[in-house]
Design a protein around this ligand. Structure first.
Ligand code: SF4
Length: 168
């Protein structure tokens, strides 16, 4: 991918890191966004332009599925940062991460996703019990459309499974 040299949000690829451009440190993922991670209005505008240029440049790759994510999902990113700066709402969330996946931390904690608190720890209970009992209980109380953590989530997963073994 090539971006203009004046683009300040994207570091050019380095030989050590391969061909994929990386986001600058101010856009690095974080579990809890802080004001230092926010973008200025000019940076949001620049980010939007980068996304639109990428969507136009790789239109066929999006259409063929070679790029797995959709342009709509890509456009959520600048919208998120605009909202973080108080310009408009956060993008709508469509996510079923706690229904189709589980996060297992190095210390044994089991989370519904990277952002919600742990529902247990495999050092104290079998994973199968935590998934079938605790995670199911968590899911029964979660409404991603109204949950404040979900409302500010930039990493929403909406995976389609023909058969989800954890469906409650
Ligand atoms: S929207 Fe984000 S915080 Fe909410 S369940 Fe999905 S990944 Fe977790």
């Amino acid at each position: 991918m090539h971006f203009p040299p004046r683009c300040s949000l994207v570091r050019p690829p380095s030989p050590q890191r391969g061909l994929t451009p990386s986001l600058s440190p101010s856009l690095s993922p974080s579990l809890s966004p802080t004001p230092t991670l926010a973008l200025t209005p000019d940076e949001v505008a620049e980010f939007k332009a980068i996304v639109e240029r990428t969507v136009a440049l790789y239109e066929k790759d999006f259409e063929s599925g070679f790029v797995a994510e959709s342009p709509a999902k890509l456009r959520r990113l600048p919208q998120y940062y605009a909202a973080l700066g108080g310009d408009g709402p956060f993008p709508p969330v469509r996510c079923n991460a706690p229904w189709v996946s589980v996060v297992l931390e190095a210390d044994g904690a089991v989370r519904p996703c990277f952002f919600h608190p742990a529902v247990g720890n495999i050092r104290h209970a079998p994973l199968a019990d935590l998934v079938t009992r605790n995670l199911r209980a968590f899911r029964s109380t979660l409404d991603v459309n109204s949950d404040p953590t979900c409302g500010r989530c930039v990493c929403s997963l909406n995976a389609g499974w023909r058969r989800s073994p954890w469906t409650s």
